[in-house]
Ligand binder design. Structure first.
Ligand SMILES: Nc1nc2c(ncn2[C@@H]2O[C@H](COP(=O)(O)OP(=O)(O)OP(=O)(O)O)[C@@H](O)[C@H]2O)c(=O)[nH]1
Ligand SMILES: [Mg+2]
Ligand SMILES: [Zn+2]
Length: 290
């Protein structure tokens, strides 16, 4: 049988070919080669009576480390406007990782019902749409944005990524009435979610395509991104590289830097540039890998 891993839990992989679900172990040879099967993988497996073993993993078109998932072509970056408070630095970090994986990003802002000043929402939308990212605003009070998200999901293999408590599972329950994913209120004392979703799981959509719910996370490192390439993952800055005076310009204090000039002219947002500099520093300070 050939199918897709839709769930990984406690050493088992659940493979679906659309009609049957096979609970599989992975062949030992994968572990020896250092390959871990991921949710989203297309695999070949052998087995009967619902139990089997994965014998082959087909080549991946994309791979994310956090959340761990293969073959997605779109990430829905779910960020709450409040509870937990909107975190633009984390959003830019997620965008960098999504860009570096070669995956399209859609920004979804949740909990609009908790925001009293609409200008805050409008300015986030304006800024990120100008860069070229679709931004969808949702709220559990009323069904705003639900149709827009569904339109983005149709026919794709998408992942919902975001911090714990931003409302990923709630939104999926709202999108697909047959789902009953577990959700829980955030901890008001700590101002963050309780890590309610514990595993990555792909959900098959009636209109075709898949979408994954994932456990929330907020720490992401730059282990696989080099200082020189960071600018490539800032969509609005990428267009201008090669125009700086010096080859190998890291866009910090070098003379004749067009990125810094763009910030002064206002075509690159100061907040985005600030995050670029912070991430660059993180990359420079990271421990060498052995
Ligand atoms: N006011 C308000 N609350 C919301 C909204 N969406 C979700 N919530 C609440 O936020 C809390 C967290 O929602 P979850 O769906 O469990 O969050 P999650 O992102 O799946 O969290 P993890 O599984 O821990 O990663 C729940 O109490 C939801 O009812 C919204 O639009 N408005
Ligand atoms: Mg959840
Ligand atoms: Zn430069």
């Amino acid at each position: 049988m050939q199918g897709r891993i839709v769930k990984a839990l406690a050493g088992y992989y659940y493979v679906s070919d659309g009609t049957t679900l096979l609970q599989c172990r992975a062949r030992g040879v994968f572990r020896k080669k250092g390959i871990t099967p991921l949710v989203g993988d297309e695999v070949k497996c052998e087995g009967s009576n619902g139990e089997g073993v994965i014998t082959e993993i087909l080549p991946r078109s994309s791979e994310l480390i956090r959340p761990p998932i293969a073959n997605i072509n779109q990430a829905i970056l779910v960020f709450s406007l409040e509870e937990p408070a909107f975190n633009p630095q984390l959003l830019d970090k997620f965008l960098v990782h999504t860009e570096s994986a070669g995956v399209e990003a859609v920004i979804c802002l949740t909990k609009a019902d908790l925001v009293s000043d609409n200008r805050k929402i409008e300015s986030i939308c304006r800024e990120y749409e100008a860069i070229g990212y679709p931004v969808i605003v949702t709220s559990s009070k009323g069904r705003n944005g639900i149709r827009d998200i569904r339109a983005h999901l149709a026919g794709h293999l998408s992942v919902f990524s975001g911090q714990s408590g931003v409302g990923k599972s709630s939104l999926l329950n709202e999108l697909f009435s047959h789902l009953q994913l577990e959700t829980a209120p955030i901890s008001y004392k700590l101002g963050r979610g309780k890590h309610t979703t514990r595993h990555v799981e792909l959900i098959s959509m009636p209109e075709g395509g898949w979408v994954a719910d994932t456990p929330g996370f907020s720490s992401l490192d730059f282990a696989t991104i080099e200082a020189e390439e960071l600018v490539l993952y800032f969509k609005e800055m990428r267009q201008r590289i090669g125009e700086c005076k010096f080859r190998g310009c890291l866009h910090t204090n070098e003379p004749g830097c067009v990125i810094r000039q763009s910030v002064e002219e206002g075509t690159v947002l100061a907040s985005r540039y600030k995050h670029y500099i912070q991430f660059l520093q993180e990359i420079k300070e990271r421990k060498p890998r052995y």
